[in-house]
Design a protein around this ligand. Structure first.
Ligand code: N01
Length: 545
């Protein structure tokens, strides 16, 4: 333990515990960082708001929640007994299987013993004299550590719509991102779902299977692609496991850690007939083969993108013969301008007599009443309202903590007009704080564990040096931060996402200033930059011995 850190002390009401390092969040990234730091023999503590591990896969326990990365590509890559013995049951695992997996990993490495569960961080303040963070939980408990890793999640700050009367509703009401750990049944009930993003698509599909009446309120239609999930047999797993040594490095060499890579041949190099066949093959393939495996010009060229949109629209018309319904379901934005959800018989369910789709543009919700919702056309009664309205992505979890850096500066004030970071990993004026899964970084994006592991390994080296007192301060320089922020902002303006309101720009949150929040560059280049930095004295970081 560093000498400058105060020893464990007990105040009148609360204990202050002292650690080498703290990791906030026990989701996919937090657990891995905790593992890396405990491997270094550090006295590290995880702090987790939930009652167990898993992060996204702990909170999003709504029916139908599942992966859209192939299960075996989403697991940790470090060699261990879990990797050798864990048999994935489905090509795209559901939430219960993922939650079990992360629990298994936590138990295998005895990580649980180093995590304070049911503990939500309220504030953290950098002590400039002692170069250490004081972290305070909502319970009042405080922690002191030289260094903090915030692995609080890209999608962990749920948002509700601002509709008057929501609190007066007397039936059941749930947000997909805060689904309770209890059985929720739909049979014989009248249910309203608001929101048709990736979560909405999944939960709507499950609710529609067993409901008296379902009303879906849609603000924007989405290009939902068929997931094409299937069970994995023992033979499948044997074959897949034999491929792990090649698979993991290969995934790290793709744009976003997925099995699928953009087809280097653009649409213009195909004849019409060949392109049709190419599209059919993609459409019938699992997962994101229908996004990141398409001819590459679909990602940036209007004409190419429109060809794929026309193909997809044709499929929707085939599935939903009612022209009025298919009109509502077909988006008028480019493919990839919003996050593309994966579904299983999603469009089909709108053919059911007990399912009604209402466009919010045509049927706005005026208010929530005690028994349902009020629209200009009349009241709709419901036993349950499900809010599938998304998250304050990238910045929400960080902004909801009161983080104070040098000179009393608040992180949320600094980020008022949009986040400023260096590589999404550090922020000038907030020394010894490392971020993963926040804005501007590669970690947490795409196939999240693959995209995050390079960043987590990179920061574990620096965290180790700080925690062992070999360094006292590490922070981004303002120049490096400004340059990276500019790079991220410029990259956002070039893509299709710039054409819609969405969580990647933060303007899905009412009142939030639009700023690009994601880093959309290639994973191998990002990881290479981190490697080069580490070998050349960490340019862009101000390091105090
Ligand atoms: O949230 P979203 P999500 N009134 O923001 C609508 C990941 N994920 O929870 O599009 C009415 O995408 C909103 O409408 P609009 C994935 O990364 C992964 O679905 O803003 N409607 C939209 O339809 C994803 O990006 C999986 O016009 C309102 C919906 O609610 C992220 O989670 C599965 C509204 C919100 O969609 C978030 O997805 C699920 C309002 N006031 C999620 N506000 C996998 O498969 C919002 N909406 C791994």
């Amino acid at each position: 333990m560093s000498q400058v850190l105060t020893a464990e002390s007990t105040t009148q009401q609360q204990t202050t515990e002292v650690f080498d390092a703290l990791v906030i969040g026990a989701g996919t990234s937090g657990l891995y960082e905790l593992y890396l730091l405990t491997q270094q023999g550090l006295n590290v503590r995880g702090i987790e708001a939930g009652s167990s591990v898993g992060g996204t896969w702990y909170w999003n326990r709504y029916p139908g929640c599942r992966l859209d990365s192939e299960s075996f590509t989403y697991q940790y890559a470090f060699p261990d007994d879990v990797l050798a013995t864990w048999n994935w049951k489905e090509l795209f695992a559901g939430q219960p299987e993922l939650e079990s997996y992360f629990n298994e990993v936590a138990d295998h490495y005895n990580l649980r013993a180093n995590i304070d569960f049911n503990t939500r961080v309220a504030s953290m303040t950098f002590d400039e004299q002692n170069n250490q963070w004081t972290v305070t939980a909502e319970s009042g408990k405080t922690y002191i550590a030289r260094v903090v890793v915030s692995a609080t999640g890209l999608l962990s700050a749920p948002i509700y719509p601002q509709i008057s009367g929501m609190e007066t509703f007397t039936g059941e009401s749930y947000h997909t991102g805060l689904w309770p750990d209890k059985e929720v049944t739909f049979s014989g009930k009248k249910v309203i779902v608001i929101g048709t993003g990736a979560s909405g698509v999944q939960v709507i599909t499950e609710i529609a299977k067993d409901v008296s009446h379902l009303t879906v309120f849609q603000r924007t239609p989405n290009w939902v692609i068929p997931l094409r999930n299937r069970p994995l047999t023992d033979d499948d797993m044997q074959r897949i496991r034999a491929g792990y040594p090649e698979m993991f490095p290969k995934l790290r060499n793709t744009w976003s850690g997925f099995l699928h890579s953009w087809d280097p041949k653009p649409t213009t190099d195909y004849t019409d007939e060949e392109l049709r066949e190419r599209f059919e093959t993609a459409y019938n393939s699992p997962g994101f083969a229908k996004w990141f495996g398409l001819p590459n010009d679909i990602a940036f060229d209007d004409v190419a993108n429109q060809k794929w949109c026309d193909f997809m629209a044709e499929k929707i018309h085939e599935i939903v013969p009612d022209p009025e319904l298919s009109r509502l379901l077909i988006p008028n934005h480019p493919f990839g301008a919003k996050r593309v959800p994966c579904g299983t018989h999603y469009f089909e369910l709108y053919n059911q007599d007990n399912v009604e789709l209402l466009s919010l543009a045509e049927h706005p919700i005026l208010e929530v009443t005690s028994t349902g919702v009020r629209t200009p056309d009349g009241d709709i009664e419901a036993d349950m309202i499900v809010y599938a309205t998304g998250f304050e992505a990238f910045v929400g979890a960080l902004n909801r903590m009161d983080i104070t850096g040098l000179g009393g500066a608040k992180l949320r004030d600094k980020w008022e007009d949009g986040p400023k970071t260096f590589l999404g990993l550090q922020v000038a004026g907030f020394p010894n704080l490392f971020l993963i899964g926040g804005p501007h970084g590669k970690g947490g994006h795409g196939n999240s564990p693959r995209c995050a592991e390079g960043s987590l390994e990179w920061m574990a080296l620096l965290v180790g040096k700080l925690a062992r007192n070999e360094l006292t301060r590490v922070e981004a320089t303002p120049e490096a931060e400004a340059e990276w922020t500019e790079t991220v902002n410029a990259s956002g303006m070039g893509g299709f996402m710039a054409k819609t309101k969405n969580a990647f720009f933060g303007d899905n949150v009412p009142g939030r200033k639009r700023a690009f929040l994601a880093y959309t560059g290639a994973l191998p280049e990002f990881d290479e930059r981190l490697r080069t930095m580490a070998q050349s004295g960490y340019p862009g970081l101000q390091i105090t011995a």
